[in-house]
Design a protein around this ligand. Structure first.
Ligand code: ADP
Ligand code: MG
Length: 355
């Protein structure tokens, strides 16, 4: 069953439409992310699911029940955000137990539930610790335990790892993923960090200017971006505009820098201009004299397992090229033969591009 459905949801503040015609379905038990740059409407969308904002129009449905007018405390959701306020005068156990005490559960049940959830977040043994004596990552895990102990159907997380250092972020990304799978809770995770969304999510939605541009699995979003915004926000890409030379049996043929490319034609015809995304790792550095074109390195960025080059072609176009760092990197000013397979690019729709 779908856990959460947003249909045609708009949110207007004053004269600003900050969320625009959002349609979204999140399945039961799914790890679903809302990804997009700062200001695109992620938090507002999450707050409408939580009940902290009311949609200007459209419907929010949770587990089959329309939620638009249901107050926050009557919704089966719980929210975790970046700077969770823990109760500084309470220890770890009491911070987590807080909601259960409000519900007046029997002491033995509270003890069992808190014990179970502290185990899930790997904080067994920290029950009596003052929260002020925990690291940032431990505090955030207490906050997550406090939200999970109420067994919400849906946990809403708004950039929960944003304030932590990178190493801790990477660790807690895996932890959160593990916790989500272990509890079967539906997670809706808001982030502006594309690597985070790709590595954690079952599916994600990319938002831009209040609209959803695409929804899919991480692999679908990367391999078959629908728009120029998605292609450039998720990873790096070369955006190419080209005119179709001819169409044969369902394939449109064109060329870029004199090298052939083809995409499924569907409704395309010769002479039409299309936009394509050519990922940097689909461009190969080839042996001198091999089929391809010559290009000159203007910038080389050593990234560990790969090297990222900016290269200029004879017609003064820049291409981003990424190769495995399995040989001595090319240097600035050095020139090399590059090329790509005809099916290396995918067709995309033009939308506004990030940065
Ligand atoms: P994100 O979480 O993607 O960074 P937000 O949902 O917080 O984006 O904000 C989207 C837009 O809505 C921003 O331009 C923000 O300034 C605006 N906004 C958010 N909340 C309010 C509010 N309560 N009143 C007016 N404008 C708001
Ligand atoms: Mg936000």
């Amino acid at each position: 069953m779908a856990d959460i459905v947003l249909s045609a949801v708009d949110k207007i503040f004053g004269s600003d439409r900050v969320v625009s015609n959002v349609d979204l379905t999140v399945e039961n038990g799914e790890f679903f992310s809302l990804l997009g740059p700062s200001g695109c409407g992620k938090t507002t969308t999450l707050r409408m699911i939580a009940g902290l904002e009311t949609p200007t129009s459209g419907d929010v449905t949770i587990r089959g029940q329309r939620m638009n007018d249901v107050p926050i405390n009557k919704r089966p959701t719980n929210l975790v955000f970046q700077k969770m306020a823990l109760f500084p005068h309470l220890d770890v156990f009491e911070n987590v137990a807080f909601g259960l005490r409000l519900k007046r559960l029997p002491g033995a049940e509270i003890k069992r539930k808190v014990g179970d959830i502290l185990d899930v977040v790997s904080l067994t043994g920290f029950e009596k610790r003052a929260v002020s004596q925990l690291s940032g990552g431990q505090q955030q895990r207490v906050a997550i335990a406090r939200a999970l102990v109420n067994e919400p159907a849906v946990l809403l997380l708004d950039e929960p790892l944003g304030a932590l250092d990178l190493k801790l972020q990477l660790h807690l990304q895996r932890e959160l993923r593990r916790i989500q799978k272990a509890t079967g809770t539906t997670f809706i995770y808001v982030t502006h960090n594309q690597a985070e969304a790709l590595s954690m999510s079952d599916r994600l939605a990319v938002m831009n200017g209040g609209k959803i541009e695409q929804i899919g699995t991480p692999a679908e979003m990367y391999l078959r971006p629908a728009t120029s915004f998605v292609a450039s926000f998720i990873g790096r890409t070369n955006l190419i505009e080209a005119r179709i030379d001819n169409v044969t049996s369902g394939a449109a043929h064109l060329s870029h820098e004199g090298l052939p490319l083809s995409v499924p034609a569907e409704e395309l015809g010769a002479g039409e201009t299309v936009m394509l995304s050519l990922r940097p790792e689909r461009i190969e550095i080839r042996a001198p004299g091999a089929e391809g074109i010559d290009a000159t390195v203007t910038e080389a960025e050593f990234m560990g397992s790969t090297v990222l080059y900016r290269m200029k072609t004879a017609s003064d176009r820049t291409l981003i090229v990424q190769t495995l760092a399995d040989r001595a990197p090319l240097r600035d000013g050095e020139s090399a033969r590059i090329g790509w397979a005809p099916d290396a690019a995918v067709q995309i729709r033009q939308t506004s591009v990030a940065e």
